[in-house]
Design a protein around this ligand. Structure first.
Ligand code: G4P
Length: 282
């Protein structure tokens, strides 16, 4: 899905859809971006998903710092979530969800058993902000082997369920959570991972922020990626100029093309070419 820009109308609609669909399910599978696990969440899901079993997936874990993935797993576990680290693009970790579902839905199974209900499959919905990887995850989990159920002929509004196995069904349309960027830091982090429309973002400022962060948190990475030297205490803007020179990125004459190089640096980060980087800590 492309970048999004959100208006109040979008949010109201997304919330209404979520409220409707959440009634149909037992389990919420919430995707967050492992590079910004808090900023890529909308905490309203805690209210919406009250009384549901909950799983949090740290998606795009391949792009994030693996030591920090572990810390985030602990963080969410301590909050009472069942957590899993996945890479939906390659499918790494995706299969392990079956076991986690069993654990997360243990109470539901108990309740069903007491009421004499046997073998009723768990119904789940995948949710998350745009671009976090919901469709990729559903495709990876469902693959081609699944069968779709529930859309009987003549019932146009019926929901499509993907039957993963005899104990788990997935709503085939994911729930879209609206990003919550009322806090400026959150907004910047969402911009960094490409979850906001780049047209409303100043890429040069974003690149400066990123470079400043990397110098402190991941020393050596920029030097290695761009084959530059960074003297102690050098300001981000000067570093960007060095990258510009190293990449021979000029406008007419000798003038440096800061915008172009800024876009390149941000894009390199988003694609994981600078390294495995986590932007926020528990
Ligand atoms: P959405 O439904 O939540 O909006 O997200 P979607 O699945 O469309 O995924 C958004 C982008 O994130 C896609 O990239 C997808 O390939 C990528 N992606 C999803 N999961 C992972 C993951 O675990 N690791 C990595 N590295 N990337 C992931 P795209 O650029 O839009 O498409 P493409 O170039 O990959 O085809």
């Amino acid at each position: 899905m492309a970048n999004y820009q959100w208006y109040p109308g979008h949010m109201t609609k997304a919330k209404r859809m979520m409220q409707e669909n959440i009634k149909l399910i037992d389990l919420v599978i919430e995707l967050v971006d492992a590079r910004v696990p808090l900023s890529s969440r909308n905490p309203d899901i805690d209210e919406l998903g009250r009384n549901k079993s909950r799983i949090i997936l740290l998606n795009k874990s391949d792009l994030a710092d693996s030591a920090k993935n572990k810390l985030w797993m602990e963080y969410f576990s301590q909050k009472g979530f069942h957590v899993l680290e996945v890479n939906s693009k390659t499918g790494a970790g995706v299969r392990s969800i079956q076991g986690v579902v069993q654990k997360a839905c243990k109470e539901k199974f108990e309740r069903d058993r007491k009421r004499g209900i046997l073998n009723r499959p768990v119904r789940a919905m995948v949710v998350g902000i745009p671009n976090v990887g919901k469709s990729t995850f559903i495709n990876s989990l469902a693959g081609k082997a699944c069968t779709k159920t529930g859309n009987r002929p003549g019932v146009t509004k019926g929901k499509q369920w993907i039957r993963l196995n005899k104990s788990l069904e997935l709503l085939d349309t994911p729930g879209i959570l609206w990003p919550k960027f009322d806090d400026q830091t959150v907004g910047h982090r969402l911009a960094m991972i490409g979850s906001m429309n780049d047209e409303v973002v100043h890429l040069d400022e974003l690149a400066c922020e990123l470079v400043g962060f990397l110098c402190v948190e991941y020393p050596g990475m920029l030097e290695k990626r761009y084959d530059i030297e960074i003297p102690e205490g050098q300001k981000p803007y000067e570093i960007i100029k060095s990258v510009c020179i190293s990449k021979k990125c000029f406008l007419k004459g000798e003038e440096l093309d800061i915008m172009k190089i800024s876009a390149m640096i941000v894009d390199d980060f988003r694609a994981g070419r600078i390294g495995k980087i986590t932007l926020e800590m528990p």
